[in-house]
Ligand binder design. Structure first.
Ligand code: PEP
Ligand code: MN
Length: 337
């Protein structure tokens, strides 16, 4: 349920509502809006709870939250959530661009990419140190050494580091280096991991599982939100379909659909979404036109020599060109990149 407070309801009235919610055995979550404050009462349905809250002082009305994802829903919060780390920002005025290699491979590689993407206008640097690879024989990432190199690249460029964490026991280590914790597609429904990243308090980039429905995606986000961490970004990275001309199928209707259903910002990853370098820039432009709040793009100084996902990585020059083109689309749709 959502307890909608009267405009101007003061702290004592809000505190009394919170107390009543907790007495009912429910969890409270306060959202301070521009016009009024609402308090979400979360948990199993209780007889008489609605009436008990409706009669509290300062309450205008009590309405049910119909969506199963309570805190992520636009029913609870209409204003878009802005998530920021250093200069990387999504959900506010500007479109955030995270670019970098699939995996951190060497000092030279990550520094070359970081400087180039920064110069082209990216605000975030991606790079996997812990890599979820389909084959156990493939390169698994440089682990802590990779994290150290990402931190060095941040020091040199000021870019916010976005990197994946694969297991709850890695969270403390990765959080020492990352500005944004990435939960990968394969782990979207790893609930202990979602809780652990939520509790670390850093912004989270949650990727959509390749076979997850929108409802499952939003309920995964809900696990993070429920820890009290509201800095969650949703990332569409393509789904598995019968189609095989691309690595995954990138459904861009996700962007306007999620903007209708959730206040969380939406990032699009056209690199994994297509799996083909030649398709990435066009789909990045399409994502901007569809209203994406951010983009995540794989870039490598020498894609042919990449240790992972080279076939979908852009060269530094191709990334510069992508930025120029995406900026034109952003301007055309009244956004800034
Ligand atoms: C990645 O970002 O390199 C990655 C492994 O992505 P996903 O989890 O979307 O497959
Ligand atoms: Mn990759």
């Amino acid at each position: 349920m959502i307890v909608v407070m009267q405009p101007g309801a003061g702290k004592p009235a809000i505190d009394a509502v919170i107390e009543r919610i907790e007495q009912l055995g429910l969890r409270s979550h306060v959202i301070v809006g521009v016009e009024r404050t609402v308090v979400a009462a979360l948990g199993e349905k209780r007889d008489g709870a609605k009436q008990a809250l409706e009669t509290a002082e300062g309450v205008e009305k009590v309405v049910p939250i119909l969506a199963p994802y309570k805190m992520a829903s636009t029913e609870v919060k209409k204003e878009r959530t802005r998530v920021a780390a250093l200069d990387f920002e999504v959900g506010g005025g500007r479109i955030g661009m995270v670019a970098g290699p699939c995996s951190v491979e060497s000092r030279q590689q990550i520094l070359d990419v970081a400087h180039a993407v920064k110069e082209a206008g990216a605000t975030g640097l991606r790079g996997g140190a812990f890599k979820p690879r389909t084959s156990p024989y493939s390169f698994q990432g440089l682990k802590e050494k990779g994290l150290e190199l990402l931190a060095l690249a941040r020091e040199e460029t000021g870019l916010a580091v976005v990197t994946e964490v694969m297991a709850p026991e890695q969270v403390a280590l990765v959080a020492n280096y990352a500005d944004v914790m990435q939960v990968g597609a394969r782990n979207m429904q790893n609930y202990p991991l979602l809780e652990a990243v939520g509790e670390c308090g850093l912004p989270i980039l949650l990727k959509r599982g390749p076979s997850a429905t929108m409802e499952e995606f939003l309920l995964a986000a809900e696990y993070i939100l429920k820890t009290g961490n509201t800095r969650v970004m949703l990332c569409e990275r393509g789904i598995r379909t019968f189609e095989d001309h691309t690595r995954f199928t990138l459904p861009l209707a996700t962007v306007p659909y999620l903007h209708q259903t959730t206040h969380l910002p939406i990032v699009v990853d056209p690199s994994h979404g297509t799996g083909k370098a030649s398709l990435v820039a066009t789909m990045a432009r399409a994502a901007v036109a569809a209203g994406a709040d951010g983009l995540m793009v794989e870039v490598h100084p020498d894609p042919g020599k990449a240790l992972s996902d080279g076939f979908q990585a852009l060269t530094l020059a191709a990334f510069r060109q992508l930025m120029v083109e995406c900026r034109k689309v952003a301007t055309a749709v009244g956004r800034e990149l």
